[in-house]
Ligand binder design. Structure first.
Ligand code: SAM
Length: 309
């Protein structure tokens, strides 16, 4: 994912569920006189919010040339307390400790990008004892997809389209993660929490996550849907669930290569493993019922295809 272009930033800024939640959380957490680090400042929107909340100093840190535009944005918005720092999260120096770190580090399904580890290292080096982090807790969640249309799209190559045998690649769509916007009525009512992290104390990025879904009614499901929630401040929770208003993150779709029938009361144990792959994270996943197992190995989401194939 490159942040050197404006379109990813436009998409994040237009996501008012996300951006307004950060605005409210920053107003709640940042106190007048605080020193704030904005890790991955992009266009600088969170730094502006921090200055407006009364921060005496805001360090806007980013490795992308978008920081040049941010400089102009700070000047045009009369933000006199913001200092820009160009560099990799791990390698920079700050003149002081900070009271608050704010960061919008979350990728699709939380971990698709690799910003959490550098955030933790910045926390250990620069956050004062008792300092605050926005967000301070994040959780992963999973549901089961009941809408056949998402499965049908992936079976297109099995239908000999245009009279051509695509057998060589017909399984491939089931080996990659879709970034899909599920509607609330396209997943089973019962969902699973896969776990939670607490950012002020977390030692390292956890690689294994798991949870259980119990299907109340019989039905057919077509894959696993994944999303995250973030507690930005005590009073502000940002949810990317298909049951909540949509955000630009949409949802992860780990597809099954054939429908899975569930009987009433049947359990599905979901396991997800994060697999760091250089500049990105891949995923392994399993969905285990008492009768069978569905799984995928080393899957990456489709935005990365051009780099990985
Ligand atoms: C998801 S965007 C958030 C941008 C902005 N904070 C916002 O809320 O609109 C993440 C930003 O972090 C920057 N970034 C990612 N990893 C970084 C790293 N290791 N060091 C410095 N900047 C990083 C990217 O260049 C990008 O601008």
């Amino acid at each position: 994912m490159t942040y050197d272009n404006i379109l990813p930033h436009l998409s994040m800024l237009r996501d008012s569920v996300r951006t307004d939640a950060y605005r409210r959380a920053i107003a709640e957490v940042v106190r007048p006189g605080d020193r704030v680090l904005d890790f991955g400042s992009g266009t600088g929107v969170l730094s502006v919010f921090a200055e407006r909340a009364g921060a005496s100093r805001v360090y806007a840190l980013d490795r992308s040339p978008m920081l040049n535009a941010a400089k102009q944005i700070f000047s045009d918005n009369d933000c006199k307390n913001v200092e820009v720092i160009f560099g990799e999260g791990d390698t920079i120096e700050l003149p002081t400790e900070v009271d608050v770190i704010v960061s919008e580090w979350m990728g699709h399904f939380l971990f698709a990008e690799q910003m959490l580890e550098p955030l933790l290292r910045l926390r250990d080096r620069f956050l004062r004892k008792g300092g605050r982090i926005i967000p301070d807790r994040c959780s992963l969640h999973a549901g089961l997809v009941t809408a056949a249309s998402h499965f049908d799209e992936l079976t297109f190559l099995r239908t000999r389209p245009y009279g051509i045998d695509f057998g060589a690649v017909e399984r491939w769509p089931f080996c990659e993660i879709g970034v899909v916007r599920f509607q609330h009525d396209e997943i089973l009512g019962d969902t699973a929490s896969l776990g939670e992290i607490e950012l002020t104390t977390l030692p390292r990025m956890p690689l294994k996550w798991s949870g259980r879904i119990t299907s109340r009614d019989p039905g057919v499901v077509f894959g696993v849907c994944g999303w995250f929630d973030a507690q930005l401040s005590p009073g502000v929770r940002l949810s990317t669930s298909p049951l909540e208003p949509p955000t630009h993150w949409w949802h992860f779709f780990f597809p099954f290569d054939r429908p899975l029938e569930l009987s009433a009361g049947e359990t599905v144990d979901i396991e997800v493993k994060i697999v760091p792959l250089g500049m990105q994270n891949g995923y392994e996943w399993r969905a285990v019922t008492p009768r069978e197992t569905r799984e995928g190995d080393n899957m990456v989401h489709q935005a990365w295809l051009s780099r990985t194939r």
